[in-house]
Design a protein around this ligand. Structure first.
Ligand code: MRU
Length: 362
């Protein structure tokens, strides 16, 4: 996707095959910095500290992390080292199932009776292929999802207002994004779209990342505080909601960034379609209900302090926003029950959020 006039992906292999480059998402939109990952520890740090984030990108980073672990492994113990590396990567973040999806693919390649060199080669090709596959899946989500926007535009004959939560854009994936893929496609085809961007406290992925992406691509958008969405829906200013997912269970329950559930409730109360765009790599067929999903509890400092850009000092800054004695709880995700989901938008097409329809996708 575009930043200025340059096409970027969120992760790529450098000319040196021992170096993986990522955009440091903690610094956007104020500073554009790349980070080089050259080891398992680098990959683990990048995921757990949210240098990279978003379900598909977490998975692809883990696949590269396993490859980097193989590259650095000792000649004798490489197989044991790789199993431990997979465990370490898996422990970085609990909710997005793409992490496990990618590591399971890597572990399926593990052949402890083969050579270390052969293993490095297989993990290299796996990471590259997974990145390409996620790009293709997101592109196809755009192809399928754009019809929903086009149909709305043809009825309305006015710009289509889409509300989105968090960042389910190309920064969360490798390219195109999930929720944003139909939006970019519609925009590129000349359909007038306007996006309501939830700021998405506490880390503000909407205000910082989605607004940045949409702006760079020239898509009309307006940032709103998280609590504004319901009011805008009541005022007839939202035509549809499109969000992403970190893990969707086989009955169609959707875990996504905290606050998604409230938007689904408001959408239902106002008869507004609520779509969830996701690649099939985000569907967890092992879980039958959303209550089985592990919800990440994140650091209290994400709530007590706000990072931002100090215009006067021209540098990033951080301020406390609540009294130091208050207790804080910070769940990172919530579960939207399948009954509130109008349709899933996957790379294989649109489908109802039901177990029967999801099984048919596979
Ligand atoms: O905590 P994050 O920033 O990794 O959470 C990301 C989200 O919740 C996205 O909406 C989700 O990964 C779907 S995006 C492809």
């Amino acid at each position: 996707m575009r930043i200025g006039n340059t096409h970027f992906r969120s992760i790529w292999l450098a000319d040196d095959p021992g170096v993986v480059r990522v955009i440091d998402q903690r610094k956007l939109p104020f500073e554009f910095e790349l980070m080089e990952l050259t080891s398992l520890d680098d990959a683990c740090y990048a995921i757990s500290d949210m240098v990279v984030r978003g379900a598909p990108l977490i998975g692809v980073t883990a696949a590269y992390g396993l490859y980097l672990a193989a590259l650095k492994s000792q000649a004798k113990n490489w197989c044991d080292e790789l199993k431990a590396a997979a465990d370490k990567l898996l422990a970085t973040r609990p909710t997005a199932v793409n992490l496990k999806y990618a590591l399971d693919l890597g572990l399926a390649e593990l052949n402890c009776t083969g050579t270390r060199e052969g293993m490095i080669d297989r993990l290299f090709h796996l990471a590259m292929a997974l990145a390409e596959e996620e790009v293709k899946r997101c592109r196809m989500i755009g192809e399928h999802g754009v019809d929903l926007i086009t149909e709305c535009y043809e009825k309305k004959k006015a710009p289509v207002n889409i509300l989105t939560h968090c960042n389910a854009g190309w920064l969360a994936c490798v390219d195109y994004g999930t929720a944003t893929a139909p939006i970019y496609k519609a925009h590129d085809e000349g359909i007038p779209v306007h996006v309501w961007v939830d700021e998405t406290r506490p880390r503000n992925q909407g205000a910082r990342l989605t607004a940045y992406e949409l702006g760079e691509h020239g898509v009309a958008h307006t940032v709103i505080v998280d609590n504004a969405g319901g009011h805008l829906m009541q005022e007839g200013m939202v035509d549809m909601v499109i969000v992403g997912s970190d893990r969707t269970t086989r009955n169609g329950d959707v875990a996504n960034k905290i606050g998604t559930y409230l938007k689904a409730l408001a959408a239902r109360d106002n008869n507004i379609p609520f779509y969830v765009a996701l690649p099939t790599s985000t569907i967890d067929m092992n879980l039958s209900h959303g209550r089985e999903i592990e919800i990440e509890n994140r650091d209290a400092e994400e709530v007590s302090h706000m990072p931002g850009w100090d215009d006067e000092q021209m540098k990033s800054s951080r301020v406390r926003v609540l009294p130091s004695g208050s207790d804080i709880v910070n769940p990172g995700f919530d579960v939207t029950p399948s009954r509130l989901v109008t349709k899933l938008i996957t790379e294989k097409g649109l489908c109802p959020a039901t177990e029967e329809a999801i099984r048919e996708l596979f």
